[in-house]
Design a protein. Structure first.
Length: 323
C-alpha cells in the first residue's frame, strides 16, 4: 500500500470536522456548546450535517466528543458497547435514571466501559476544552441512541424534534417533519424507570481503569489487553482494546484479518508497513487495512502510549457477564 493510499485512512487530530448539532440536546442550555466527531463508521449522530471521515466498516465505530468546561452530554442509553478514553481534560461520567446513581471523574488516558442498557451522561469538569475518544460496538452502533424522556421534552422547548426515523429537525431554522413522519415516541416513565441502575462499585470495578496503572503494568514487555475476554476489563463487545507503551511496543511486524485502529494518547508513534511509514501524534486515528503487515513504535524519547482496537467475531450486543 502506498503512502498516498494509507493517508486516506489517517484522520489527523487537527483536521477533525465537528458537528455542533449532532444530537437532540444541541440547543439545550448546558449542552449547546458540545462538538461531535464521527471518525470511523456512521456513528450515532442524529444530524444529516455530521461529517464521516472514514466510512469503511470495521465492526465498530470510532468517534469523539469535544466540549468546553461545564458542558455536558445528556442522559442516554445504548444497545451496544460505549467505551471512552480521555485524550485531554477532566471528565465526569454519571449514570442512573436521573444521573444521580453514581459518578466517576476520569483524566488523561483513563478508560471506561459503560454497561449497555443504562442511562449515562458525561460532562467536562476541567478548566479547558477537553476531548474524549469513543468506541461504539457494531457497524450500525446498535441502531442509535435511547434518550431519557426528560431530555426529549426539554429539547423540544428549544426547537429540536427527533423523528421516528432517527433524524433531527430544527424548527428554529424553519424545518419540520415530512408528511407521514411522526416524532420519536419518548419512553414512558414506567419504561425509563425499568432501566437498570448499577452501583458505583459495579461500574468502577468492572469498567474503569486508570492510565497510570495501565502504564505500569504494560511496561512488562507486551501490550496490555484492556478490553476482551481475557482483558483487565472483561467484556466481549465485538472488539478488543490493547494498551501499548514504549516498554511494551515491538518492532516486529504483525497483521490482522480485519482492519485495526491505532490512536496515540501520548508521544509520537512511527508506523511502518510494506510500502511506507508515517508518524502519528496524540489524537490522530489510523485505520490499518486487513492483512497489511505493520509495526508501531515511539519515534521520540519521553512518555508514549497508544490504544489499539481490532474487531472480533463476537456479536455486538449487551455487556458480557462472563457466562
Amino acid at each position: 500500500m502506498t503512502p498516498e493510499d494509507m493517508a486516506a485512512r489517517i484522520v489527523r487530530y487537527g483536521e477533525l470536522k465537528p458537528c455542533r448539532t449532532a444530537f437532540i440536546d444541541a440547543h439545550t442550555p448546558g449542552s449547546h456548546l458540545k462538538e461531535n466527531f464521527t471518525i470511523i463508521g456512521g456513528g450515532v449522530s442524529e444530524s444529516p450535517d455530521q461529517h464521516v471521515h472514514i466510512a469503511i466498516p470495521h465492526g465498530f465505530n470510532i468517534g469523539a466528543a469535544g466540549q468546553p468546561p461545564r458542558i455536558r452530554n445528556s442522559l442516554h442509553s445504548h444497545h451496544t458497547a460505549e467505551v471512552f478514553f480521555v485524550l485531554s481534560g477532566r471528565w465526569r461520567f454519571f449514570w442512573g435514571r436521573w444521573g444521580d446513581a453514581g459518578e466517576v471523574v476520569l483524566e488523561h488516558g483513563d478508560i471506561i466501559n459503560i454497561p449497555t442498557g443504562i442511562f449515562r451522561g458525561f460532562e467536562n469538569v476541567g478548566a479547558d476544552y477537553g476531548m474524549i475518544m469513543a468506541i461504539l460496538g457494531g457497524d450500525d452502533a446498535g441502531g442509535g441512541v435511547v434518550w431519557a424522556p426528560q431530555v426529549i421534552k426539554e429539547a423540544e422547548e428549544h426547537g429540536l424534534v427527533l423523528a421516528e426515523t432517527g433524524r433531527l429537525y430544527d424548527t428554529t431554522k424553519g424545518e419540520s417533519l415530512p408528511a407521514g413522519v411522526s416524532p420519536m415516541k419518548p419512553l414512558s416513565e414506567e419504561e425509563a424507570d425499568s432501566f437498570p441502575t448499577p452501583s458505583l462499585m459495579q461500574v468502577l470495578g468492572g469498567g474503569v481503569r486508570r492510565y497510570r496503572d495501565m502504564t505500569a503494568i504494560a511496561q512488562a514487555g507486551k501490550p496490555l489487553k484492556v478490553i476482551g475476554e481475557t482483558g483487565i476489563i472483561r467484556d466481549k463487545p465485538g472488539f478488543e482494546v490493547d494498551f501499548v507503551t514504549r516498554g511494551s511496543a515491538s518492532a516486529a511486524r504483525h497483521k490482522h484479518d480485519r482492519p485495526s485502529v491505532l490512536i496515540p494518547v501520548e508521544g509520537h508513534w512511527r508506523v511502518d508497513w510494506d510500502g511506507g511509514s508515517t508518524v502519528l501524534a496524540p489524537g490522530d486515528t489510523m485505520s490499518v487495512p486487513e492483512n497489511i503487515e505493520h509495526s508501531a513504535a515511539p519515534s521520540m524519547t519521553g512518555g508514549a502510549a497508544l490504544y489499539h482496537i481490532v474487531g472480533t467475531d463476537d456479536p455486538a450486543g449487551p455487556t458480557w457477564t462472563g457466562s
